[in-house]
Design a protein around this ligand. Structure first.
Ligand SMILES: Cc1cc2nc3c(=O)[nH]c(=O)nc-3n(C[C@H](O)[C@H](O)[C@H](O)COP(=O)(O)OP(=O)(O)OC[C@H]3O[C@@H](n4cnc5c(N)ncnc54)[C@H](O)[C@@H]3O)c2cc1C
Length: 451
C-alpha cells in the first residue's frame, strides 16, 4: 500500500483496524520505525500533524546519518553540506578562545556521517522512503489521545471527523513536546531543569554570493559547525550557541535551560541578538538578512529521564523518549531518533510474527537500545551536566576569561622577555583553577570526557 493523503479536506478512508501499526509523528524516529516495519512486511500508517513531514520541525542542525544510511540510500537525499570543520569557541563578553578540528578524512565519504539539512526537506524525503517501502502517510492530522482496552493500548484518537483508528501496535514518535504520551501517563512531564529552550535563525546574504565560502573558508560541498559557550554566547544561562553552514544560508541559534529563561535572563530572542553581535560572531553575519526564525524545546534530561519504553501495545521513540545528548560538547538527537525508531520497528516485526502485543514481547526494543550507542552515550555523559551545573560559574565565566587573559599575555608583543609573559599566563590559569590541587581535582572530575 502506497498512499499519501495531504489534503485536510479529503475524506479519509475508513482506516479502523486496517493497519498492523500506527506511528504518531512522521519525524526522523517515526519514519525510521515505519520504514523498518514496512520492510518487515507490516502494514503501517504514519499520522503527521504538519502539512507535510518536517513542516513543523525545527533543529540546528547537523543530521547524523550512521543509521539512516543503513535504512535508505542517501544519494538523492536533500543534504546541504557535509561537516568538514568543527570549531569550539569560548566567549567572554568580547574575547574568543577557540579550537578547530578539521581532519582530512571528513572530506571523504561518508563525511563522518554529519550533514547540515533543512528538516522541512529531509523529513519529507525520509517519510517518502517509508511510503516507497509500503507505508501510508496521513498528514494534517493530529493524534489527540490513545485508545485502551483492559489497560492495553489498541489504537489512537485523532482530530479527524472519522476519529479513532485501532491497530495492534502504536509507535509514539511525537517529538519532545509529547502531549499524547504524557496525557496517557506513559511518561512524566519534563521538569524545567531537564528542558532547554532553543531559538534559531536562518540568514541569507543577498549581496554576497561567496559569503559562506569566504567567511568559513570552505570549498565545494564542505561545511562548518561552530559551537560556542561562555558568557558571550548565552549570558548567565546554562547552554551555548551554534552556527552551521547550509548550501546558501547560515543557521545561527542557541539553546539554554528553560529554568534560566524564566529567572532573569533576557528573552531568547534578545540573547540571540546579543550573541550575533559578539565581535567573534558578527563578521560571519555582516550584510546578512534573516529569512526564517523558529523556537523549540530540547529534552536534555539524559539517561535518567528516559521513561519506560515499552507498554502493552505501544513503544516510545526519539525525543518523545528523551533520547537527546546535549551536553555542550555534543548536540545529537537525530541519530538517536533514527536508531530508536529502527530498534522499535524491528521489535514490533518480531512480536507480530509471534502474534503478541504485550510489553514483554516488545522488550527487545529496550534491550537493543540499551546495548546500542544511544543509551551507552546517554549513560556515559550522565554525570557531565550535573558537574557543569556545580561548576557553572567556573565553566561559563571564569575559565573563558582566564584562557582569554592567558592567551593575551602569552602572545603579548612588547620589550619584556617572553619568559615573563609565559609565567604571567601560567599564573592566570593557576589562579582560575585553584592552583595545582584545584587543577588535579578538575582533571579528576572531568576525566571521563576523554577517557
Ligand atoms: C534548536 C534545535 C537544534 C538541534 N540541533 C541538533 C543538531 O544539530 N543535531 C542533532 O542531531 N540534533 C539536534 N537537535 C535535536 C533533534 O532535532 C531531535 O533529537 C530530533 O529531531 C528528534 O526526532 P523525533 O523524530 O524524535 O522528533 P521530531 O523531529 O520532533 O518529530 C516529531 C514529529 O511528530 C509530529 N507530531 C507531534 N505531535 C503529534 C501529534 N499529536 N499528532 C501527529 N503528529 C505529531 C511533529 O509534527 C513531528 O513531525 C536539535 C533540536 C533543536 C530544537
Amino acid at each position: 500500500m502506497t498512499e499519501i493523503i495531504a489534503d485536510r479536506n479529503t475524506e479519509t478512508p475508513d482506516y479502523d483496524d486496517r493497519f498492523d501499526a500506527v506511528v504518531v509523528g512522521a519525524g526522523l524516529a517515526g519514519s525510521a520505525a515505519a520504514l523498518t516495519m514496512a520492510d518487515g512486511g507490516l502494514d503501517v500508517i504514519m499520522i503527521e500533524r504538519g502539512r507535510y513531514p518536517g513542516a513543523k520541525n525545527v533543529f540546528g542542525g547537523v543530521l547524523y546519518t550512521p543509521t539512516i544510511r543503513k535504512l535508505a540510500d542517501l544519494d538523492d537525499a536533500p543534504l546541504e553540506r557535509y561537516i568538514a570543520e568543527r570549531r569550539y569557541g569560548m566567549l567572554t563578553d568580547h574575547d574568543e578562545t577557540a579550537i578547530s578540528i578539521s581532519p582530512g578524512e571528513w572530506h571523504e565519504p561518508p563525511h563522518n556521517d554529519s550533514y547540515t539539512v533543512f528538516r522541512g526537506e529531509f523529513d519529507e524525503w525520509f517519510a517518502e522512503q517509508a511510503v516507497d517501502a509500503g507505508a501510508t502517510l496521513l498528514t494534517e492530522t493530529t493524534v489527540t489521545g490513545l485508545v485502551r482496552e483492559n489497560g492495553r493500548i489498541i489504537g489512537v484518537k485523532t482530530d479527524r471527523p472519522d476519529g479513532t483508528l485501532r491497530a495492534p501496535y502504536v509507535v509514539l514518535a511525537e517529538g519532545g513536546n509529547s502531549l499524547v504520551s504524557e496525557r496517557a501517563e506513559l511518561k512524566e512531564t519534563e521538569q524545567r531543569g531537564n528542558v532547554a529552550v532553543a531559538v534559531k535563525e536562518v540568514v541569507e546574504f543577498p549581496d554576497d554570493d561567496n559569503a559562506i565560502q569566504d567567511r568559513f573558508r570552505l570549498t565545494g560541498d564542505a561545511g562548518a559547525a561552530y559551537h560556542y559557550f561562555g558568557e558571550g554566547a548565552v549570558g548567565d544561562a546554562f547552554g551555548g550557541g551554534f552556527v552551521y553552514t547550509n548550501g546558501e544560508t547560515v543557521s545561527v541559534g542557541l539553546a539554554y535551560r528553560i529554568s534560566d529563561a524564566v529567572s532573569g535572563q533576557p528573552n531568547p530572542e534578545g540573547t540571540l541578538n546579543a550573541f550575533k553581535t559578539h565581535p567573534a560572531v558578527a563578521p560571519l553575519f555582516r550584510g546578512g538578512r534573516t529569512v526564517e526564525y523558529a523556537a523549540k524545546t530540547i529534552p536534555e534530561g539524559g539517561a535518567d529521564s528516559v521513561p519506560e519504553l515499552t507498554h502493552d501495545g505501544a513503544v516510545i521513540v526519539g525525543d518523545a523518549a528523551g533520547l537527546v545528548l546535549n551536553n555542550g560538547v555534543h548536540l545529537e538527537g537525530t541519530n538517536m531518533a533514527v536508531e530508536s525508531g529502527f530498534h522499535a520497528g524491528k521489535s514490533i516485526v518480531d512480536a507480530a510474527e509471534q502474534g503478541r502485543t504485550d510489553a514483554d514481547a516488545l522488550s527487545a526494543y529496550a534491550e537493543n537500545l540499551e546495548a546500542s550507542f544511544v543509551m551507552r552515550n546517554l549513560r556515559r555523559y550522565e554525570w557531565l551536566m550535573e558537574a557543569v551545573e556545580n561548576d557553572r560559574e567556573f565553566v561559563f565565566r571564569e575559565l573563558p576569561q582566564a584562557l582569554a587573559d592567558a592567551g593575551t599575555e602569552y602572545f603579548r608583543i612588547d620589550r619584556e622577555p617572553k619568559e615573563s609573559h609565559a609565567e604571567n599566563a601560567k599564573e592566570r590559569i593557576m589562579e582560575a583553577v585553584g592552583g595545582y590541587t584545584g587543577a588535579a581535582k578538575l582533571a579528576l572530575r572531568y576525566r571521563k570526557i576523554v577517557t
